[in-house]
Design a protein around this ligand. Structure first.
Ligand SMILES: [Zn+2]
Length: 91
């Protein structure tokens, strides 16, 4: 009976040593790469939406209704246009 118990103890110690090795390996990898070993917990810690670059406001052309990025839209008298032709057409 004592022999069985000693094998169980050896098994548990081996398992704990294996777990400890995994944790140490993960910590060493995180230190090398600069990444956190585990994802931060809690809501809002990670964005659910995929990264598609910075979002830009879209403006509808007042003449044809085409949506153009805010940086490309031509602004005149508080309205937005897709091109100079439509801006001049509306004037
Ligand atoms: Zn237009």
């Amino acid at each position: 009976m004592g022999k069985v118990l000693s094998w169980i103890v050896i098994g548990v110690l081996g398992y704990l040593a294996w777990r400890l090795t995994l944790v140490l390996q993960r910590k060493a990898l995180a230190a090398r790469t600069g990444h956190a070993p585990e994802a931060p917990a809690g809501p809002g810690a990670r964005r659910s939406a995929p990264e598609t670059g910075p979002r830009e406001l879209m403006r509808a052309c007042d003449v044809c209704g085409t949506y153009v990025p805010d940086s490309d839209a031509l602004r005149a008298r508080g309205r937005f246009y897709c091109c100079a032709a439509h801006r001049d057409q509306a004037a």
